[in-house]
Design a protein around this ligand. Structure first.
Ligand code: FES
Length: 325
C-alpha cells in the first residue's frame, strides 16, 4: 500500500456557487503565516477530505493555477449522497478547518501529445480545468466536449471560455435534456480524433463504460479515464484467507465481507477513502494469490499482472491472498 503522508490541516476560505447544485470550496493552509504551503499537484490530481462526520471522500482539484497555495474542490450535491457532498454543502462553512490528504494522481495528463480531447460528463469537468490550463501554458491544442443535461448544470462557463480564448482550445457543449438536444456521439468523436491525439473521459459510470467500449478502436496508451463513482459490486463472496506478509497475521474473509472490512474487524488500520474502487487510496501490493479485481482504476494489463489490488472492493479467486501489509 502506498505510504500516506501525514494529514494536512486546511481552512475553507471561500465557497462559490458554480451551477445548479454545484459549489466550489477553496482550501488554504489552516494558518497561512505559520503552516507550510499546500503541496504542489499535477493536473488530474485529487485529494482525500476527512469529513467532520467521520467519513473520507476524494475530490478532484479544479484549480487552473496549481501554484496558488490553494486547493479548489468543486462538488455536486448528490441527492443520493452517502454523506460526502451533503456534508460539504450543508455543514462545512468558510473559516472552518478540515483535514485533507496530500494530492494523488490516477488521471495523469500526457502533456506531450500534440492534441488532447476531453470528454466531461457533468461534474466530471473538474480534473480537466487544470489540464486545459496546463496545455495552454505549453501552447498545445485541446478540445473539450462538455456534456450536461441542461445549461444551468454546466459549471465554470466563463472560466472555460477564457481558457479556450487564451490558448489553442475549443469547447463543444452537449445538452441532452433540452429540446433538440442530443448526447455526444462517443464513437464518432473517437473516430474523428486527430492523429496522435490523446482522449480523456471523466463522468458517470454509464458514460465511462460507453467511452471505454468506443475507445477500444485506438491504442490504449492514448486513452485515459477516471470514474468518480462505481456501479460495480464489491466482491463479497469471501471464503478465502488473507495473510499479511509484514505482520504475519492471517485471517479468513467471510461471505459478505470485503478485505478492508475484514482488516478493520481485526483492528488493522488501512488507508481508504471512496470504498468503491475509484480513488486508489487502498491500493495494496499483492505478493501471491489471484485477486478478483472490482475497481475502476487498474487497466487490463495491470489487472492481468496482479501486482496490486484495491482491497476496498476486490476479492480473491484463489484460496489464499498474501498482501504486503
Ligand atoms: S478506497 Fe478508494 S479505491 Fe479503495
Amino acid at each position: 500500500m502506498a505510504t500516506q503522508p501525514p494529514l494536512i490541516e486546511a481552512r475553507l476560505v471561500a465557497m462559490q456557487l458554480e451551477a445548479r447544485d454545484i459549489v466550489s470550496f477553496v482550501l488554504a493552509p489552516a494558518n497561512l503565516h505559520a503552516d507550510a504551503p499546500l503541496p504542489d499537484f499535477t493536473p488530474g490530481s485529487h485529494i482525500d477530505v476527512h469529513l467532520g462526520n467521520g467519513q473520507t471522500r476524494s475530490y478532484s482539484l479544479s484549480n487552473v493555477d496549481a501554484s496558488a497555495n490553494r486547493y479548489r474542490l468543486t462538488v455536486q450535491r448528490d441527492p443520493n449522497s452517502r454523506g460526502g457532498s451533503a456534508w460539504l454543502h450543508e455543514t462545512l462553512r468558510v473559516g472552518e478547518v478540515v483535514k485533507i490528504g496530500a494530492p494523488r494522481n490516477n488521471f495523469v495528463l500526457d502533456d506531450s501529445a500534440p492534441h488532447s480531447v476531453f470528454i466531461a460528463g457533468g461534474i466530471g469537468i473538474t480534473p480537466f480545468m487544470p489540464m486545459m490550463a496546463r496545455l495552454n501554458r505549453l501552447g498545445r491544442a485541446w478540445h473539450l466536449h462538455y456534456c450536461v443535461r441542461t445549461p444551468e448544470r454546466a459549471a465554470f462557463g466563463d472560466e472555460i471560455e477564457m481558457l479556450a480564448a487564451a490558448g489553442e482550445g475549443r469547447v463543444s457543449h452537449h445538452y441532452d435534456e433540452v429540446p433538440g438536444g442530443a448526447m455526444l456521439d462517443l464513437r464518432a468523436t473517437i473516430a474523428a480524433l486527430p492523429a496522435r491525439a490523446h482522449v480523456y473521459c471523466c463522468g458517470p459510470s454509464g458514460m465511462l463504460q460507453a467511452f471505454r467500449a468506443a475507445a477500444e478502436a485506438i491504442e490504449p496508451a492514448r486513452v485515459h479515464f477516471e470514474y468518480f463513482s462505481s456501479n460495480v459490486e464489491a466482491a463479497a463472496d469471501g471464503g478465502f484467507v488473507v495473510r499479511l506478509a509484514r505482520s504475519g497475521q492471517e485471517f479468513r474473509v467471510e461471505t459478505g465481507q470485503t478485505i478492508l472490512g475484514a482488516l478493520r474487524e481485526h483492528g488493522i488500520e488501512a488507508d481508504s477513502s471512496c470504498e468503491e474502487g475509484v480513488c486508489g487510496a487502498c491500493e495494496t501490493r499483492v505478493i501471491s494469490g489471484v485477486p478478483d479485481h472490482r475497481d475502476s482504476i487498474l487497466g487490463a494489463r495491470e489487472r492481468a499482472a496482479n501486482k496490486t489490488m484495491m482491497i476496498c472492493c476486490s476479492g480473491c479467486k484463489s484460496d489464499c491472498l498474501v498482501l504486503d501489509l
